[in-house]
Design a protein around this ligand. Structure first.
Ligand SMILES: [Zn+2]
Length: 387
C-alpha cells in the first residue's frame, strides 16, 4: 500500500509512504504540496472510565470540584458491574476509532477490597489488548491510605497496575505521602497522583511528592496530574519545584478540559484564570509534560469525546502552545510513560498512525471536524462502528 503526498509530523517536507506487512517500509521525499497529515497514534494517559457517561443521571448543578465528587459518587453507587462495562466499553470504542492505542484509567477505590469497576475494567483490558492497551491506576483519597493502603498496594502489585492517590490540602501531608512512597517501594509500584487540583496557593502536595522522590532517588516512576495551584505560587518557588521535578524525572499531566470547567468556577462570574499548571515552564525545564482527556461526560466535565486531538486543540489554545513542538504530549510521551513503544513514524516501525485531511497540523487543528483515517498494523480500521 502507498499513501501519497503526506506531511509527517516532526519531519520537514512532503513524503510518499509505502506500507508493507504491517510496517512502514519506505518513506520517499517528494515534490509538491501535502494533502494529508500523518500523526502517530495517541496515548491517553489520564481518564476515568468508571465515571464516564454518567452525566445524564446527574441533574444537580456543579459549582466546584467538591460538588462534582459528591454528585458523581452518588451516581456511581447505582452503577452495576455490567453497567460499568457497557459505559467503559463505549469509551474504549470511541478512543480506538479516534486513534488511541494506549490509555490509563483511574479507578475509584475507597475500601480494602477492589471495587467492582477494577474487576470490570480488567476484563475490558484483556478484551482490548492489541487494540487499546488499558492500564489501571487505583484512585484513593490520601487520608484513607493509613487504613486500607496496604491492601490496595498488595492487590495493585498482584495485578501489575499503578498505585494512585488524590492529594489536596491534607493534614500531615508529608507523613501521608511518605507512606504512599513506602508502599510503592515495598511493592515495586509506579505512582500516579491527582495533586493540587485547586487554584489555592496553599495546595502544595507537589512539594511533598518531589521531596519523597528525591530522598529515595525514585526516577521516572511518579506521575503528577493537575498541579493547578502551581500557577498561583511565586515564580521562584514554581521554577525551583519544576527544576527539582525534572531532576527526578517526574511526569506532569495537564487536563485542560476539566481544569477549564472546574477551576475558577463561580456562579454569575466569568472565569479569569485558566486552571492549567505552568506547562510551558515545566516543558522548557525538562519535565515530561503531557495532556490527557480526564473526565468525559460526567459531573467533572459534561462534555468530551475521547479524542486526544480535541484535547490537544484546547491545550494549544488555552496555553498558547506551538502545536508541532507539543504533539508528543498526546502521542510519544504518554506511550513511553506507559511502557509502550514510542510510535515514531520511521522506516521499519509498525504502521500505526492517523491520517488527517489537511496540509499541516495547523490545518488539522483549524478544522475540528476534519476527517481522519486510523491505521493499525498497516490496515485502515472501519470507523462507522461507534455510538
Ligand atoms: Zn482525573
Amino acid at each position: 500500500m502507498q499513501i501519497k503526498s503526506v506531511n509527517i509530523i516532526g519531519r520537514p517536507g512532503v513524503y510518499d509512504i509505502e506500507v508493507k506487512a504491517g510496517l512502514i517500509n519506505n518513506l520517499v521525499k517528494v515534490e509538491g504540496l501535502a494533502k494529508q497529515v500523518l500523526v502517530p497514534t495517541f496515548g491517553d494517559i489520564h481518564v476515568h472510565l468508571d465515571k464516564t457517561y454518567l452525566i445524564d443521571r446527574c441533574s444537580e448543578r456543579v459549582n466546584n470540584l467538591g460538588d462534582a465528587i459528591r454528585i458523581c459518587s452518588q451516581a456511581m453507587v447505582d452503577s452495576t458491574f455490567e453497567d460499568i462495562k457497557i459505559r467503559a466499553a463505549r469509551a474504549l470504542r470511541e478512543s480506538f476509532f479516534h486513534g488511541v492505542c494506549a490509555m490509563r484509567s483511574h479507578v475509584n477505590w475507597h475500601e480494602s477490597n477492589p471495587p467492582k469497576a477494577w474487576i470490570a475494567l480488567q476484563e475490558l483490558a484483556d478484551q482490548w489488548k492489541g487494540n487499546v492497551e488499558l492500564q489501571l491506576a487505583s484512585f484513593t483519597p490520601l487520608d484513607l491510605f493509613e487504613e486500607i493502603g496496604e491492601q490496595i498496594a498488595e492487590r495493585v502489585a498482584k495485578d501489575q497496575q499503578v498505585l494512585g492517590a488524590f492529594v489536596l490540602r491534607n493534614d500531615n501531608i508529608d507523613t501521608k505521602i511518605k507512606y504512599v512512597f513506602d508502599l510503592a517501594e515495598k511493592y515495586d509500584l509506579p505512582l500516579d497522583f491527582h495533586v493540587d487540583e485547586s487554584l489555592d496557593p496553599r495546595a502544595c502536595g507537589l512539594d511533598s511528592i518531589i521531596t519523597e522522590a528525591e530522598k529515595r532517588q525514585i526516577k521516572g516512576r511518579v506521575l503528577c496530574s493537575h498541579c493547578c495551584s502551581l500557577s498561583q505560587r511565586p515564580n521562584k518557588i514554581m521554577v525551583d519545584l519544576l527544576e527539582r521535578a525534572a531532576e527526578v524525572d517526574l511526569g506532569l499531566v495537564a487536563l485542560p478540559s476539566t481544569n477549564l470547567y472546574l477551576q475558577d468556577r463561580e456562579l454569575d462570574r466569568t472565569p479569569i484564570m485558566r486552571g492549567l499548571a505552568p506547562i510551558k515552564e515545566a516543558y522548557s525545564l525538562g519535565v515530561k509534560t503531557m495532556l490527557a482527556s480526564d473526565n468525559c461526560q460526567d459531573p467533572f466535565y459534561p462534555y468530551g469525546n475521547y479524542d486526544p486531538m480535541d484535547i490537544f486543540r484546547t491545550g494549544v489554545m488555552v496555553a498558547h502552545l506551538d502545536p508541532n513542538e507539543w504533539i508528543g504530549s498526546i502521542t510519544s510521551l504518554p506511550r513511553k510513560w506507559m511502557g509502550l513503544y514510542s510510535g515514531e513514524l520511521q522506516t521499519g516501525q509498525i504502521a500505526d498512525f492517523i491520517l488527517f485531511e489537511g496540509k499541516n497540523l495547523l490545518n488539522v487543528l483549524g478544522r475540528a471536524g476534519s476527517s481522519r483515517k486510523v491505521y493499525r498494523n498497516g490496515k485502515a480500521i472501519e470507523t462507522n462502528g461507534y455510538d
